[in-house]
Design a protein around this ligand. Sequence first.
Ligand SMILES: Nc1ncnc2c1ncn2[C@@H]1O[C@H](COP(=O)(O)OP(=O)(O)OP(=O)(O)O)[C@@H](O)[C@H]1O
Ligand SMILES: [Mg+2]
Length: 337
Amino acid sequence: MKLSPMKNALAIDLGTDYTRIYYKGEVTIESSVIAYDSQSGKIVAIGKEAAEMEGKNPPLITVSRPLVNGVITDFDLALQMVQGFLANIVGNVVKPRVFITVPCGVTEVERRAICDILHESEITEIYIIESPIAAAIGAGCDVNLARGMLLVDLGGGKCDIAAISLGQAIIGRSVKIAGNDFTDALIDYISEKHSLSVGTVSAEKLKKSIGCAFMREHNDIDEISGFNTHLKKPEKIAVRSEDTREAFAPLISKIAAEIKATLDEIPTELLGDIIDDGILLTGGGAQLYGMAKRLRGELGMKVFLAEDAEMCVIKGASYVAENMDKLSGNTYIFTKA
Ligand SMILES: Nc1ncnc2c1ncn2[C@@H]1O[C@H](COP(=O)(O)OP(=O)(O)OP(=O)(O)O)[C@@H](O)[C@H]1O
Ligand SMILES: [Mg+2]
């Protein structure tokens, strides 16, 4: 999708793990993390720099993630984090209009919190797009058609499942199972099977290198270091991709059950389209090896992984931000806050 950075529109995907901001044709990706002095409250670092401190911080510095399962849980920290990102990316100029994405079915309070952050940042023209709609547009789909599609955006903290037709999510739910639960499942599995306590960063690396939802062609092996809680000493062990498949199985079944429950609520005409076209997966968590293939098996339906899956939401929001004038009038894709 070619964007024409003409109008300096801004698009923001405020995610549990990453904040992606589009401005003047560029997407900046920052970790949704903020570090502050525990006594004075003074901000020490934001974004990637703050994420690098996680788990390594002295007691005088608190490292925090202001979003949980896709929604803001600490307004003040989220505000300072977003304002810091905007200052770095946009600077002190008058802020242009902003398109911001929200998970499916957020409450009025959660939606207001997101808008208040932008209002406090002196942005007055705010438009809201639901994440699955943005994801579908970012994956190259024409969401304005009178044709049903099912999109599953599996991020780090939440999984949005939405049936879309005529630019709107007809049925949508945001489920609290996502990529970070897969990392936690791996940590628990290694602790139970090997009595090894491992950190989140190492487990996430292992998940990406050999983790799988469906059997890999080769049963790949990678090593992970941690602390053996029985032997009371540091240890390095080898983990096979097959082990990870076992660790992830219950989570994948839960996601499949949520998709089935959503399918169950979809009007028959739309369901016919979805059965013909299949389900589209986006989000970083969907990039786990074999996720689409495994869900295909669980659901008995076609399931596809979008290209550049973790960037679909911001790509879609940027497209709408840059093409708002062409899109407005007869679309439900976005609403003015
Ligand atoms: N290749 C990969 N294999 C497995 N997991 C991956 C891979 N790449 C990214 N992830 C996982 O994707 C998740 C982050 O996805 P994403 O960037 O879409 O989340 P987010 O938008 O910040 O969160 P959310 O949308 O849930 O609020 C993390 O859990 C990360 O470990
Ligand atoms: Mg996301």
